[in-house]
Design a protein around this ligand. Structure first.
Ligand code: B12
Ligand code: SF4
Length: 503
């Protein structure tokens, strides 16, 4: 039987998270196929490592997980070279980039199959079928491949009961890469674990990459299983804090409250991502319990304070500007830090309207900081995702936006920046508008440096605030070079690009 390589391309410059995507893919074939992990984050030269493995002649399958952005810069050249040198090698891509941009991946000629969403059944079934020399994969769910030269999507599988999935092969990863390396010091604790406890999201925001893949479906592990896993890792590796990487950890109030009860006495500090309207329905008792049980910060999609724009974003639920204000105030009293992400630079009827909205959003962010100065702010430039049929996607296509057709075009610095949501490449945003947003962001990060980069404290923080104060209060954000320089010298880490600072 041919062996399998499962590759995680480099995703951050340093201080890497546990690669849950490849761990879960490994779990799906554990005990069925012989496989090795290659983590581009921890390999000096992952391409060489992979070519050495392939030269043994034992490997028939090369699986890669791919997020948009920097991961592509290893995923593309490594897969291409592997396929060129070993044409019989079967190449399989999974992850958000592959599922959303499947056309360009498959048409590259070096990606054979794409796992469209969860791979827990799709991956082992694909291997089983191909190992049996059968090329008919039509009945395997969650797959995309070229059929008669056209991208063909097989049926979507219902989300599985997450408690029945095989456990993650932490020990196997530990044989390749010491697990300790992934459990760094963050502002949450001294050994922080990244854990993923659910798939999908019940909402359909029109700017979100989760929607085309999960289509408003969500399934989570039970609170008891999450607590069991976390406490086992605490016991074995000294884990004292957790980043929950779910798209929407707080979807089920019952599950969250149960989890909080289970870890209340365990000194575990945790962080997760959620929605303001969902969490605003939690009672003060629930939120206080969560805080006492270690919930330190929650990442929330605020997006904008403008109700009309929220509607256009199809946020679903009940979120309004007023609700954001109320909730941020409530969190201030409870003591959990709200980490609010805003999406600026959506299309509008005219350039004036686009600019007006940007200025309004900036003022709204400042108002939020007045209500709760501890609130963290993350600013993204709106980057379209291919949610076919959504009103917003239709509008941006009409405005002249299109994705690259060739896979390798994603490697250009401009598209990499687009992926990092720092350069929109959207025709309605003028350089002046982009400057406005980015200069404000720099000043905001100077006046209110993120608490997640805990090295920025004492004199550094005082200096940053002192230099940024006049700009923040007068609204003069242009040319904030002095703040940029300080950020550069102190290696300020913006959490949205590479995760929380970790050492
Ligand atoms: C952790 C994480 C990161 C980490 C790094 C992760 C790593 N691989 O080392 C950090 C913080 C560095 C990061 C950065 C970015 N990220 Co990120 N990240 C995530 C996050 C929160 C969790 C990923 C994860 O571990 N999932 C758990 C695993 C188990 O699920 P999974 O990946 O979906 O895997 C399953 C299937 O997809 C499939 N599968 C996946 N890969 C493969 C491979 C094979 C071979 C097979 C068979 C199957 C398969 O099977 C798996 C099991 O069922 C996701 C959101 C999410 N909840 O998934 C965003 C997410 C993937 N990131 C995203 C983005 C945009 C980025 C950035 C590009 C920009 C940004 N500002 O966020 C940056 C830059 C990336 C870079 N530097 O390369 C987006 C992608 C959106 C899109 N347009 O496609 C997501 C979806 C967040 C979001 N909702 O916007 N990210
Ligand atoms: S609530 Fe969050 S994860 Fe869910 S669709 Fe909206 S933006 Fe995406």
């Amino acid at each position: 039987m041919s062996k399998v390589i499962i590759f995680n391309p480099r995703s951050a410059d340093a201080k890497h998270r546990i690669p849950n995507s490849i761990l879960q893919v490994g779990a799906s074939v554990e005990g069925k196929y012989d496989y090795v992990f290659v983590d581009g984050n921890l390999e000096q030269d992952p391409e060489q490592k992979i070519m050495d493995l392939l030269s043994s002649g034992d490997f028939g399958y090369f699986g890669t997980t791919v997020m948009p952005g920097p991961q592509l810069s290893q995923a593309i050249p490594v897969t291409k070279k592997a396929k060129e040198q070993y044409p019989d090698l079967v190449t399989i891509w999974g992850g958000y980039f592959a599922s959303n941009q499947y056309e360009s991946c498959l048409k590259s000629g070096f990606v054979d199959y794409i796992i469209n969403g969860p791979g827990d059944n799709a991956f082992p079934e694909l291997l089983k079928t191909l190992e049996a020399n059968n090329s008919d994969v039509t009945n395997i769910k969650n797959l995309i491949y070229l059929r008669d030269g056209v991208a063909f999507k097989t049926a979507k599988e219902a989300l599985l009961n997450q408690d029945t999935l095989p456990p993650l092969p932490y020990e196997k990863l530990n044989e390749h890469y010491a697990l300790e390396n992934y459990l760094g010091k963050t502002f949450l604790g001294s050994k922080t674990l990244a854990y993923h406890s659910s798939f999908g999201c019940p909402f359909t925001c029109s700017f979100c990459a989760v929607v085309p893949i999960y289509n408003a479906r969500w399934k989570g592990k039970s609170a008891s299983l999450i607590a069991k896993d976390v406490l086992e890792l605490k016991e074995k590796y000294g884990v004292d804090s957790v980043e929950f990487h779910d798209n929407n950890f707080f979807t089920s109030r019952k599950r969250v409250v149960e989890f909080a009860e289970l870890v209340k006495e365990e000194n575990i500090v945790w962080w997760g991502e959620g929605r303001i309207d969902t969490l605003n329905k939690y009672s003060d008792e629930d939120l206080t319990l969560m805080h006492e049980a270690g919930c330190k910060m929650i990442f929330l999609g605020a997006e904008t304070g403008n109700d009309e724009v929220l509607k256009k974003m199809d946020k679903g639920g009940t979120q309004t500007g007023d609700e954001i204000r109320t909730f941020v105030g409530r969190m201030g009293k409870i003591g959990i830090i709200p980490e609010l992400s805003f999406v600026l630079g959506l299309p509008g009827d005219s350039p004036q309207q686009v600019m007006r909205q940007i200025l309004e959003d900036i003022e709204f962010i400042k108002e939020i900081k007045t209500i709760n100065p501890k609130a963290e702010i993350i600013i993204y430039l709106y980057s379209p995702v291919p949610t076919e049929g959504s009103e917003l996607y239709e509008e941006i296509k009409k405005a002249g936006f299109s994705f690259p057709e060739k896979l390798e075009d994603w490697l250009s610095p401009a598209w990499e920046k687009f992926d990092l949501r720092k350069n929109p490449l959207t025709p309605w945003l003028t350089p002046r508008m982009v400057d406005k947003i980015q200069n404000f962001e720099t000043v905001l990060n100077g006046y209110y440096p993120t608490a997640t980069d805990y090295r920025i404290k004492g004199i550094k923080k005082k200096l940053l605030r002192a230099f940024s104060w006049w700009r923040y209060t007068t609204g003069f954000y242009k040319w904030p070079y002095e703040i940029k320089l300080m950020h550069k010298v102190w290696k300020y880490r913006q959490p949205e690009e590479q995760g929380f600072y970790m050492e």
